[in-house]
Design a protein. Structure first.
Lengths: 138, 311
């Protein structure tokens, strides 16, 4: 499993595969790995279960348990799945390149968001920039 | 029974701190629209901070109290049953307070205790309905009526509608959403899309409508905020958008500031413009860019708007 820095680097590059389906699988898997990193950092074993047919959605649900603010990336994960489905269903579609580009941006968003939340975990809620500042000023 | 159109015709207006600061153009354009549409905004006198993110993180019950005081003022001082909050953070917090007071004894106890000390009536659940500026225009004025009010229109301007993370989350504090019919969707919000389409925009399929802008991360990790924002800007451009329409002051200023920062720090340029939906609606109705405060935006779109023939 790749860590956040590796994922960020991989998602910053042009897609390696010429096969749209392979590229879509890679991008969906990148999103899964971001969620796996989150769960492992919380000492929780990432699930292998599927939700609505996708592991990434099961991983997100697992990651959001006890941390409602984690739902701020729920739709990002769902959009990733949506675009994955579009590519899988019709890899030769004229918009496949665009859909893969969206997947890449969505996967990156997951990596940034979850990476950011992890950085903040020791400082306070992600959704409060004031707390670390306040603590440092005491 | 009152229709929403009747009910939202006159509302208690809660601008919140942001609209008196960095989001002044949102305030200006909201008031300009109210005047144009003959909707009455009665600003709550002596309103206080909703508790924003800072207080909530330190003590969520105090945040509930702070928001409840605003609701209490709306009911008892402004004498209104509806409070309209254009800021997503305020809207979210008032909704959360409503939910907590209705469902948690501890919240009720804290609100009662501090309200008594502060010498004002404690807010009781159900006394006031909190709505967003989107609800206010969509139902208080009406979509067909709005269509008739459009003058020059947005002339096919390609818009990515960006709602941010607080307008729909967490779902349980927005019981009126996801109810089918004309209710708002929490997974694919569309009220802003609906209004701007009426105003003549072409809404692009935007995959990051509710993605996190990293707004609260700005102080503690600016680089991460810049990356998150850059991603949103790039996704909007990839979707073909010329403009990102916003309805949240935190998102709006984050997009504007980090668009500049992305160029300086990461050498990544994006050209998509960032404009409040109220500014776009106002201009579509024939109001001048200055009248809707466009000149006060950090993201300079005056020239662009003129080139598009919108003003």
């Amino acid at each position: 499993m790749s860590d956040f820095a590796q994922l960020e680097l991989a998602l910053d590059q042009p897609l390696a595969s010429d096969s749209p389906v392979e590229a879509a699988v890679f991008l969906l898997h990148a999103g899964e790995q971001a969620l796996e990193n989150w769960l492992l950092a919380k000492d929780r074993q990432p699930t292998d279960a599927l939700r609505e047919g996708f592991r990434i959605l099961a991983l997100h649900r697992q990651g959001a348990k006890g941390d409602p603010s984690f739902n701020a990336c729920r739709e990002t994960a769902r959009e990733l799945v949506y675009h994955y489905n579009l590519v899988r269903l019709d890899p030769d579609h004229a918009k496949t390149g665009h859909r893969l580009q969206m997947m890449q941006l969505l996967a990156r968003h997951l990596v940034f968001f979850i990476g950011g939340k992890l950085q903040e975990a020791g400082l306070g809620e992600f959704c409060c920039a004031a707390k670390p500042v306040r603590l440092n000023s005491i | 029974m009152q229709t929403r159109k009747e009910k939202y015709k006159t509302v208690a207006y809660y601008p919140g701190c942001a609209l008196e600061g960095t989001a002044q153009p949102y305030n200006t354009s909201t008031k300009a629209i109210a005047k144009e549409l003959d909707l009455e905004l009665q600003e709550i006198e002596n309103w206080n901070c909703c508790g924003a993110m800072e207080v909530k993180n330190i003590d969520p019950e105090i945040q509930t109290y702070l928001s409840s005081r605003v609701l209490s003022l709306a009911k008892n001082e402004t004498k209104q049953d509806v409070v309209m909050a254009p800021c997503n953070g305020c809207y979210h917090n008032l909704k959360k307070a409503e939910y907590d007071i209705e469902n948690k004894q501890k919240s009720r106890d804290v609100v009662e205790k501090i309200s008594k000390k502060a010498d004002h009536p404690a807010y009781e659940a159900g006394e006031v309905e909190t709505i967003h500026a989107l609800d206010w225009i969509k139902f208080g004025y009406g979509e067909e009526e709005l269509r008739a009010k459009i003058k020059g229109g947005l002339k096919g301007l390609k818009v990515a509608n960006y709602y941010g993370c607080m307008y729909t989350r967490p779902r349980h504090i927005f019981p009126e959403k996801d109810q089918g019919g004309d209710s708002e969707s929490t997974s694919k919000p569309h009220y802003m899309d609906d209004l701007l389409e009426i105003a003549g925009a072409v809404n692009v399929d935007f995959a990051m409508k509710t993605a996190c802008c990293g707004g609260a991360h700005t102080l503690s990790d600016s680089d991460m905020s810049t990356k998150l924002v850059l991603n949103i800007l790039q996704a909007a451009e990839a979707a073909g958008a010329e403009v990102i329409a916003t309805e949240c002051p935190t998102c709006h200023s984050g997009l504007e500031m980090h668009q500049i920062r992305a160029l300086k720090r990461l050498s990544k340029q994006t050209n998509v413009k960032v404009i409040y939906f109220t500014q776009l609606l106002g201009m579509a109705m024939g109001l001048s860019p200055r009248k809707v405060g466009l000149h006060e935006n950090v993201s300079d779109s005056m020239k662009f708007i003129r080139e598009k023939g919108i003003a």
